[in-house]
Design a protein around this ligand. Structure first.
Ligand SMILES: Nc1ncnc2c1ncn2[C@@H]1O[C@H](COP(=O)(O)OP(=O)(O)OP(=O)(O)O)[C@@H](O)[C@H]1O
Length: 217
């Protein structure tokens, strides 16, 4: 498995807009850490790669296939974007985990309840949260719930935008460990935006600095 983006060009901001061109790639079992100063366009790049917003030009390949040849719904199941602010639905924690499996693409597979409980435990989320209203979760709980949901969807590529920003050290370690274990499975890779420079427990990490690429370094 190989995920590659070549000369992806996009424009940031209004008025004094800035154009950014970025290239990178990540192979199976690996993590590409996306770095750059605040406002350099890291989150925007992830959203573009998830096909949640357009770019000006560039090519993206998943397992050698150009993204234009892959329908948007398939792409978003294969290339999963985990936003900085977790996108949770109204309803319970269990309902939030089940929601993606109501879509046509994932309904055949259905939610694997045993797997969900295993991942919840790995992410230090108590069983007692199961029926809790997701809107009442703490920031850290919400972030871990969104990560559990991503694991259950089982994409080929995870685009993680500061997934540990709201987590304490223990939860962050649990998230890194679970991500590393997930990456050991077949055909899986991740892009990770992080500010805290804490890669404890993460293996097979390489780096892409958006700011440096613009300066040709
Ligand atoms: N929807 C939008 N409309 C206008 N400007 C935007 C929009 N989204 C992002 N921007 C601007 O684009 C630039 C890059 O934003 P982005 O969130 O991608 O940066 P970042 O590198 O992830 O920053 P940070 O490290 O602070 O999270 C910022 O200057 C931001 O204000």
């Amino acid at each position: 498995m190989h995920f590659q983006f070549n000369d992806v060009t996009y424009t940031l901001g209004f008025g004094q807009s800035r154009q950014v061109t970025v290239s990178g790639s990540v192979a199976s079992g690996n993590i590409l850490v996306v770095q750059g100063y605040s406002g350099s366009g890291k989150s925007t790049l992830l959203r573009i790669l998830a096909r949640l917003q357009p770019c000006d030009s560039g090519d993206v390949f998943l397992e050698g296939q150009n993204w234009l040849q892959i329908p948007g719904t398939t792409w978003r199941a294969d290339v999963h974007y985990l936003a900085q602010k977790p996108a949770l639905f109204d309803g319970t924690v269990a309902g939030n985990l089940a929601k993606p499996f109501e879509t046509k693409l994932l309904s055949k597979r259905g939610l694997n309840l045993d797997q969900a409980r295993i991942y919840m435990k790995k992410l230090l989320l108590s069983d007692s949260l199961w029926e809790q209203d997701a809107r009442t979760l703490s920031g850290g709980e919400a972030a871990r719930l969104a990560f559990v949901r991503a694991l259950l969807i089982g994409p080929k590529v995870m685009l993680l935008d500061e997934p540990a920003a709201a987590l304490d050290e223990e939860s962050r370690r649990a998230l890194h460990l679970t991500l590393s274990q997930w990456l050991e499975g077949p055909s899986r890779a991740a892009l990770l935006v992080t500010h805290n420079n804490d890669y404890e427990g993460l293996r097979h990490v390489s780096f892409l600095d958006i700011g440096k690429q613009q300066r040709g370094e």
